[in-house]
Ligand binder design. Structure first.
Ligand SMILES: NC(=O)NCCC(=O)O
Length: 346
């Protein structure tokens, strides 16, 4: 039987969750699952583990509560979930898409939803995440609605990457914007202009493919060409639209691109005071449908962790041996670089 560095089978394993983390989970009413996705032992390279933490959650106040109170409640609860991740020794946490706000883009109303937008470099949420990062020596990926005041007050759907010292490493913007069902996001912001950035952290090279970007295979490929070893996919998506695709897309991307993928979705049903329509002749309604959670991690050899719950808040922890990326490229013999060359030559 193949074994990893600890002498145990290198296939999926359940990890122990520290008592301190379990206390946070009990007090905060969220689940914690923890798995290991190892690689085969090599003679010349030591294992290279990145421990990731994926956070999925619902809103903590109604969408009609004052903006400041909603943001404060999210900071408080997500801060506790991040503390649980830190108590488990997580190296990199990723939060869900637009985590500081309701996904009010379904309404096509500007206020109050645009008031949740913040400066990516200096806004209160980035400051909040910088403290988490430096307190816990943990990289934080924080997807927010960005207000770029230096460039005409433009809105973007952005993930801010904060390194484990607390410094902002950079940001990357959602590059495919949905115009499907109730996802009226192009009413607010357009396709991002930051390309396919990959961020070099102390723990490995990471990228962020925000939500709708997961439907586009060339998008995933571009992150691989730029050297990503782990690609996070922070999302907000509902059952009737995308659930049949959810377990396939990020997993297939991991296999095709020889990297790990981390798919994260929010949880719960959000209600809005004014009715809106889906542009399909159906009745006007006040809710977005059910955000089905089910966050998971997939490995480049096709393994995946079980998903978090469809209905509860949760933290998914996974140990990823990044050596597996090259092992899989060698085993299968297809290389993302070669596919690109062929495209150009044909
Ligand atoms: N947030 C977002 O891009 N949702 C679009 C729906 C989907 O991609 O499943």
């Amino acid at each position: 039987m193949e074994v990893d560095d600890s002498g145990l089978p290198w296939t999926d394993r359940l990890l122990q969750v520290s008592e301190e983390a379990q206390k946070f989970a009990k007090a905060g009413g969220f689940d914690i699952l923890a798995y290991k996705l190892g690689a085969q032992k090599e003679q010349l390279r030591p294992p290279r583990y990145m421990r990731v933490g994926l956070l999925q959650h619902s809103l903590f106040l109604p969408t009609t509560a004052p903006v400041e109170q909603q943001v404060a409640a999210l900071h408080k609860h997500v801060g506790e979930m991040a503390a649980a991740a830190a108590a488990c020794g997580v190296n990199v946490i990723c939060l869900q898409e637009a985590w500081t706000m309701p996904f009010g883009f379904c309404t096509r109303e500007k206020l109050p939803w645009t008031e949740f937008a913040e400066n990516a470099e200096e806004g209160p949420t980035t400051t909040f995440c910088q403290k988490i990062a430096s307190d816990h020596n943990m990289v934080v990926v924080s997807p927010i609605l960005e207000r770029d005041s230096r460039h005409g007050d433009t809105l973007w759907n952005t993930a801010v990457v904060i390194d484990n010292s607390g410094a902002v490493l950079g940001k990357t913007r959602k590059n495919h914007i949905p115009r499907v069902g109730d996802f009226n996001e192009s009413t607010y912001y357009m396709e991002g202009n930051t390309g396919h950035r990959v961020f070099k952290t102390e723990f490995g090279r990471i990228a962020v493919n925000i939500c709708y970007g997961r439907h586009h295979p060339l998008n995933w490929l571009a992150y691989a060409l730029n050297g990503a070893e782990v690609v996070f996919n922070p999302s907000a998506t509902v059952g009737l639209l995308s659930e049949p695709l959810w377990s396939i897309e990020a997993r297939n991307a991991a296999i095709a691109n020889h990297y790990f993928t981390c798919a994260i979705n929010r949880v719960g049903t959000e209600y809005y005071p004014n009715e809106f329509t889906s542009g399909d002749g159906g009745k006007a309604h006040n809710d977005f449908g059910h955000f089905y959670g089910s966050s998971y991690v997939a490995a480049p050899d096709g393994r995946r962790t079980p998903g978090l719950s469809r209905i509860s808040n949760g933290l998914l922890i996974a140990d990823l041996d990044l050596n597996l990326c090259r092992q899989m490229a060698d085993q299968w013999g297809f290389r993302v670089w070669q596919s690109l060359t062929r495209v150009y030559l044909d």
